[in-house]
Ligand binder design. Structure first.
Ligand SMILES: [Zn+2]
Length: 103
C-alpha cells in the first residue's frame, strides 16, 4: 500500500451525499493511549493556504490525562490529505479507533 493510499484510508469519507462535510480525524495520546475523535469543520477549522489547498492546526486534548496534542494536517484543493503530523500523539484509522484495546 502506498503512502497516499494509506493517508486516504485514514480519512476516507464513507458518507456519500455530503450531508456532513466535516472531516473526521482520530488520534491516540502517546502517553495514556486514550483515543480521541476530532471533527473538523471545513468552514471553521480549516484555513486556505496561499498556494492553494487547505491547512488545519488543531489542539486536541484527551479525556484521560488531559495532555494537549497538536495535530497539523495539510490538504490539497480537493481536501485530500497531503501531510499530517501530531505532536504528543499519533493518528489512528477509523478502524483502529473503533477497535477496543486488547485486554
Ligand atoms: Zn493522555
Amino acid at each position: 500500500m502506498g503512502l497516499l493510499e494509506k493517508l486516504g484510508s485514514l480519512f476516507g469519507s464513507k458518507t456519500a451525499g455530503g450531508a456532513d462535510d466535516a472531516i473526521h480525524i482520530y488520534v491516540e495520546c502517546e502517553r495514556c493511549k486514550a483515543k480521541v475523535h476530532v471533527r473538523l469543520d471545513r468552514r471553521h477549522d480549516i484555513s486556505a493556504r496561499e498556494d492553494g489547498g487547505y491547512f488545519v492546526r488543531k489542539e486536541v486534548m484527551d479525556s484521560k490525562c488531559f495532555r494537549l496534542m497538536a495535530a497539523e494536517i495539510t490538504f490539497d484543493s480537493a481536501y485530500r490529505i497531503q501531510g499530517k503530523e501530531c505532536q504528543g500523539g499519533r493518528f489512528l484509522t477509523q478502524e483502529e479507533f473503533d477497535t477496543p484495546p486488547r485486554a
